[in-house]
Design a protein around this ligand. Structure first.
Ligand SMILES: *Cc1c(COP(=O)(O)O)cnc(C)c1O
Length: 364
């Protein structure tokens, strides 16, 4: 039997990227130079925003964003529990409290549950466009307006996704991308960027990421070194030019999985107003662990995003006493399984994975 290995994800690397890296080596500029400035302009334009500010990761950028927006100890932020832990890490460092709400069948925060979670201490809502499917932003923004709250969109898994034909990241008070290697757009290392139309917020994030200064030797506030670098900006610029075709590759793979696996496993929902970019293709199965093992034995790598919801993480349960149950989240984490998907996966690979799943279903 031929041994195959199908990875869960694979970053986009090309000769154009290799050339771009070599070009920077010869430029003599390494940090916050012309590549970073161009990448910021291109990202802002891509996301339909006035400002994009690069930082060393999503987590770093959003921490600076929270500081710039004056998030304070005891402030409450409404957030889904079913997301990567970093979604809530920056607010914890500000002393703010995440107030968790359950998900709907798209795995994003259920907007119907937000209003009941609002208290006099609530300052903002942080929806996550999980797995590349947009959260229901109009609904969320309407609630935020009524209660005078900000909205920060977590776009770490959704570069290029559309909500009612508008790019995600263009709609909230601010938003942030991650460029970690598995994401739809990567810089082949860590990286992130904050997006907003608010010039004062953008300016403060820019200052904070670079030692609290705007000019070389005048430090207006104590800041950090959470800057970005030229080599990775050059990589990201090439990736951004290819993002549409890579997302199309993900959507084609998702369509094939849907065709092959309909009636075999539970498939992800896609709202009619959503253009999803399938950062993950997440199925559900009551015997998820057995299915994962079966696929592993056939060379198919799978993942669970995420096995422990944030409201049950030790970092949370040790700090906060009253944590409500989230039945849909708790059920989902027992059944979800992420299948291989990336911008260059072939339909033949998707068929192989699908055949293995159909074989498992037939035996069980
Ligand atoms: C990856 C990810 C983050 C964190 O991004 P980093 O760049 O690794 O800090 C935040 N939120 C979500 C939903 C993510 O998937």
């Amino acid at each position: 039997m031929q041994v195959r290995r199908i990875p869960l994800s694979r970053p986009f690397i090309s000769d154009e990227i290799r050339q771009a890296v070599l070009g920077v080596l010869d430029s003599g500029r390494f940090i916050l130079g012309p590549q970073c400035q161009q990448f910021e302009r291109e990202l802002a334009q891509f996301a339909g925003r006035t400002h994009a500010v690069l930082s060393s990761s999503w987590t770093a950028g959003v921490y600076l964003l929270h500081l710039a927006m004056d998030l304070r100890p005891g402030d409450e932020v409404i957030v889904p529990s079913h997301t990567a832990f970093p979604s809530i890490e920056p607010m914890l460092h500000c002393g703010a409290h995440p107030v968790f709400v359950d998900i709907d069948d798209t795995y994003c925060m259920d907007p119907e549950l937000i209003e009941a979670a609002i208290t006099p201490r609530t300052v903002g809502i942080l929806p996550v466009h999980l797995y590349g499917h947009p959260a229901d932003l109009d609904h969320i923004i309407e609630i935020a307006r009524r209660h005078n709250l900000w909205v920060i969109e977590d776009c770490a898994q959704a570069h290029g996704a559309l909500y009612r034909n508008r790019p995600v990241g263009s709609i909230g008070t601010a938003a942030a991308f991650s460029f970690y290697p598995s994401k739809n757009l990567t810089v082949l290392g860590d990286g992130g960027c904050v997006l907003t139309d608010d010039s004062a917020i953008a300016e403060r994030v820019r200052m904070l990421r670079d030692h609290g200064r705007r000019s070389k030797y005048t430090h207006e506030v104590p800041g950090f070194n959470l800057r970005f670098n030229e080599i990775q900006a050059a990589v990201g610029r090439v990736g951004l030019r290819h993002l549409a075709e890579l997302n199309a590759g993900r959507r084609a793979a998702a369509a094939r999985y849907r065709e092959r696996l309909a009636g075999v496993v539970e498939l992800p929902q896609q709202r009619q107003w959503a253009t999803a970019v399938y950062h993950m293709f997440v199925i559900r199965h009551p015997r998820r662990d057995e299915l994962a093992k079966f696929l592993h034995e056939r060379g198919v790598e799978t993942g669970i995003h995420y096995p422990i919801p944030n409201h049950q993480q030790p970092a949370i349960t040790a700090r906060f006493r009253k944590i409500p149950a989230l039945p849909r989240t708790e059920q989902a984490v027992r059944e979800i399984l992420s299948l291989p998907i990336h911008g260059q996966i072939s339909l033949e690979e998707v068929d192989y994975v699908s055949d293995c799943i159909i074989e498992f279903a037939g035996r069980n």
